[in-house]
Design a protein around this ligand. Structure first.
Ligand SMILES: [Zn+2]
Length: 172
């Protein structure tokens, strides 16, 4: 999937966490979590040469290349998610949950891609959730539609929250 699709999924994951933590819509925490979600969503593609994340963290992406870690393997695996969860444990709960959920959204939606993900790396078998004819190819029209739906949800969730809050105020 493209970076914009992963960013949209990351923002959606952040919104979910913000809802669970009852964080007010207009707050610095909301802004921080949304930014973190937008950034953590595409982060797993640090293993993809030429991607924005690989360029941004070029020492890490160069190291992955030197170690022959291929795209959609280690950084997209459950094992790496567990390591990341352990390593980022000291950060505050809201940002910790946002980071992990946004990061986890990446391999989750890559499972819809026709190339699949080595979710159980170091086992190299790539897993895909959809049959090939239904799978979403990177950069395809189907991905455009999928990304559009994610962005719609990103707007709908806070709008719904705001509407419910406003209605509760009006009913008092
Ligand atoms: Zn990926």
């Amino acid at each position: 999937m493209l970076q914009r699709t992963h960013s949209a999924a990351g923002v959606l994951a952040a919104e979910w966490v913000l809802h669970a933590y009852h964080v007010p819509l207009l707050s610095w925490d909301t802004a921080g979590a949304l930014l973190l979600g937008c950034f953590a969503g595409p982060l797993a593609d640090i293993d993809k040469p030429g991607s924005v994340m690989a360029k941004l963290f070029f020492p890490v992406s160069s190291l992955l290349r030197m170690l022959h870690i291929h795209h959609r393997t280690m950084t997209h695996s459950l094992l790496f998610l567990v390591l990341l969860a352990t390593a980022s444990f000291p950060i505050p709960a809201l940002y910790y949950s946002t980071f992990l959920l946004a990061y986890a959204s990446h391999p989750l939606i890559d499972l819809l891609n026709e190339q699949g993900v080595a979710l159980f790396w170091p086992v190299r078998t790539k897993i895909r959730l959809l049959p090939k004819f239904l799978a979403i190819d990177t950069g395809s029209r189907a991905e455009d539609v999928f990304c559009f739906l994610l962005i719609c949800l990103c707007f709908w969730l806070p709008a719904r929250e705001w509407w419910i809050g406003w209605m509760q105020l009006a009913m008092r």
